[in-house]
Design a protein around this ligand. Structure first.
Ligand code: NAD
Length: 243
């Protein structure tokens, strides 16, 4: 049976690309978000912290695969909102998914869960969580990862966590706005370190692709030939990325 997808946070930069790519390849997909920005894909408006709403959307649609990329923007919210949405909201989605026998759950975390501000190069997924996160956003991403990974195998639910670094591309409302405001306020004569710092940026189309590949590999029911379940993956561009 083909999967029935719910893209949570599907009005956002990444979620939109995921929902559109699934829609374009002919999949049955709908979006759950607190904000509606598009009307070409079936949409459910609501807050993921509302347990009853989450349960009823999943049940009504017969969802078999949740792709959860909703979050307050990294620099924008009060700490309590991060805990509420990223931790309680993720818990609500996981609880409903387990209760309803949803087969697959893909969670968007962040590479920042291993970052304490010191240099990191060529680390892999065996690197432990940092004990000194840069902000509460990362604290809540770590907590959400744990909730998602602990649920793997519960009532047949196969879960996977993806960790992109910075995401860029058409539709972005954070990065360009931030750069523009820095420029407009004249804060441009700055150099951080020796000017040879590296940072990781990934095209949104590729991050979306990674989510769909992960979902495709989360074959429900859990089987030995679906080795992505219960795991985390950093997501980055290879040499040849494109828009
Ligand atoms: P975005 O802000 O564009 O999209 C997030 C979406 O989540 C928005 O449409 C928002 O309305 C929705 N949302 C927020 N709170 C909600 C709630 N309580 N209930 C329902 N929907 C809610 O963000 P994005 O850049 O597309 O990021 C997507 C995911 O990727 C997030 O989980 C983010 O933490 C993660 N991430 C982003 C970046 C980046 O550079 N943008 C980097 C690493 C990880």
């Amino acid at each position: 049976m083909p999967d029935v997808y719910l893209v949570v946070g599907g009005s956002g930069l990444l979620g939109r690309y995921i929902a559109k790519q699934l829609h374009d390849r002919g999949d049955n997909v709908s979006v759950l978000d607190i904000v509606q920005r598009y009307d070409d894909i079936p949409f459910h408006q609501g807050d993921i912290c509302d347990e009853q709403l989450v349960f009823s959307v999943l049940r009504k649609c017969g969802v078999t695969c949740v792709i959860h990329c909703a979050s307050p923007q990294a620099k924008s919210a009060a700490p309590a909102l991060f805990w509420k949405v990223n931790v309680d909201g993720t818990k609500a989605l996981i609880t409903a998914s387990v209760q309803l026998g949803v087969g697959k759950f893909v969670y968007t975390s962040s590479s920042g869960v291993v970052f304490d501000g010191s240099d990191l190069q060529n680390v892999d997924e065996s690197h432990p969580y940092t004990r000194k996160t840069l902000d509460v956003y990362m604290d809540t991403k770590i907590q959400a990862e744990r909730i998602v990974l602990e649920a793997n195998g519960n009532n047949g639910l196969a879960t996977v966590v993806l960790r992109p670094s910075r995401i860029f591309g058409p539709g972005d409302r954070q990065i360009i706005a931030g750069l523009y405001s820095t420029y407009m306020t004249g804060r441009t004569h700055i150099q951080i370190g020796n000017n040879k710092n590296l940072t990781d940026w990934t095209a949104v189309v590729n991050v979306a692709d990674a989510h769909i590949l992960a979902a495709d590999r989360l074959n429900a029911p859990i089987s030995p030939d679906a080795p992505v379940h219960g795991q985390v993956f950093f997501i980055t561009n290879d040499d040849a990325w494109y828009f």
